[in-house]
Design a protein around this ligand. Sequence first.
Ligand SMILES: C[S@@+](CC[C@H](N)C(=O)[O-])C[C@H]1O[C@@H](n2cnc3c(N)ncnc32)[C@H](O)[C@@H]1O
Ligand code: SF4
Length: 372
Amino acid sequence: MNFFKKNSFRFVNWLSRTYFSSRLSYSHIEAFIFNNSFKKIKNILLCHWEIFRGVSEVISFPYLMILEVTNICNLKCPFCLTGKGISGGRDKRHMTYEEAILLIDAVADYVYMLQLYTWGEPLLNKDIVKIVEYAKKKNIYVMLSTNATALNEVNVQRMISCGIDYITLAVDGISQETYEQYRVGGNYQKILDNVTQMLEIKRSLKSKKPFVEWQFIVFRHNEHEVDAAESLAYSIGIDKFTPLPAYTEDKTWIPEGEKYKTELLNPERLRHCERPWTHVNVRADLGIAPCCYEFFKKDDFGDAKQQSFKEIWNNSYFQSSRRMIYQKHMGQKLEKSNIICRDCILSGVRPSYINVKADTPAENTIPVINIK
Ligand SMILES: C[S@@+](CC[C@H](N)C(=O)[O-])C[C@H]1O[C@@H](n2cnc3c(N)ncnc32)[C@H](O)[C@@H]1O
Ligand code: SF4
């Protein structure tokens, strides 16, 4: 059974890395099948019709919602902007339950998937379980990625009981020595105990959900542990093991093997980004970002504290972003604009890296492109 599972997912991972820039996700397919409605399907069709025609002032709604329930974290991962202690000009805070439900309600009729994290550790928000419960009652597929430090018997029981759909566990090593090099401040044995307990609770509740993915970000210091981690994952009951190419600003962290080489440039974005039509991203301070890679407050497209979702969704930022993406797609000259999508479209560098200085010595640092 594990042999079949392992090899099937190896094939899926290869397909995803090779053709989908590691973004092919089983969760989208499942959400589309089980969390849909006539209204949602009508909206998706309209949305893609508007993308195809390059419509900038849209009548469709986003069908994916990303709520950053917190931008606070208890680890210090060296290439994560939160881990580096950068605030990006935002208040460090947890989104409140009341804020989250207002935001969910604004798009619940159209959204089939809700992702509950961006740049922080979602389980540190004390209301995370209540937010999951609310979204599940609204027939939305709910997923989150966690460093697993704050998984405990109580939150796991409740999240499984209300039907959380997908949990990604970010664990990049199978020994303390390896694990803590990226997950700085984490304790490997504690993480493994938390994960094992979660899988035991899932078994005892006889629940098929959540689908549990072990995500292993591959760096030079841990590439030798990938195969052993994969075997361990399937032996304890993980549904899918995913070795992921890392984003890194330091060449000495890039794996020696070819298989998981870091890609600073993002081919998917250069091909054709659809996020300003399909996604709505709300940051912990209620800033509205064009995509989950945007980090700095100055690059936000709106503020949900000041304006309603409908006012923001077709404002000049969103319209300009959609126009520029279409202009690039059609091989036209891009309009003049100060918004971050322009730099992203022209450079292919993820927006969170634009203008960020690495903390590493110059000779090892991958140059950050600054386009003006
Ligand atoms: C910023 S984290 C926030 C969620 C949570 N704290 C976690 O670590 O899973 C969002 C995702 O980015 C991933 N990530 C962090 N550093 C990365 C890196 N250098 N390369 C690729 N993915 C990374 C995490 O593993 C996680 O899946
Ligand atoms: S655990 Fe997640 S949010 Fe925290 S520093 Fe690491 S990658 Fe960033």
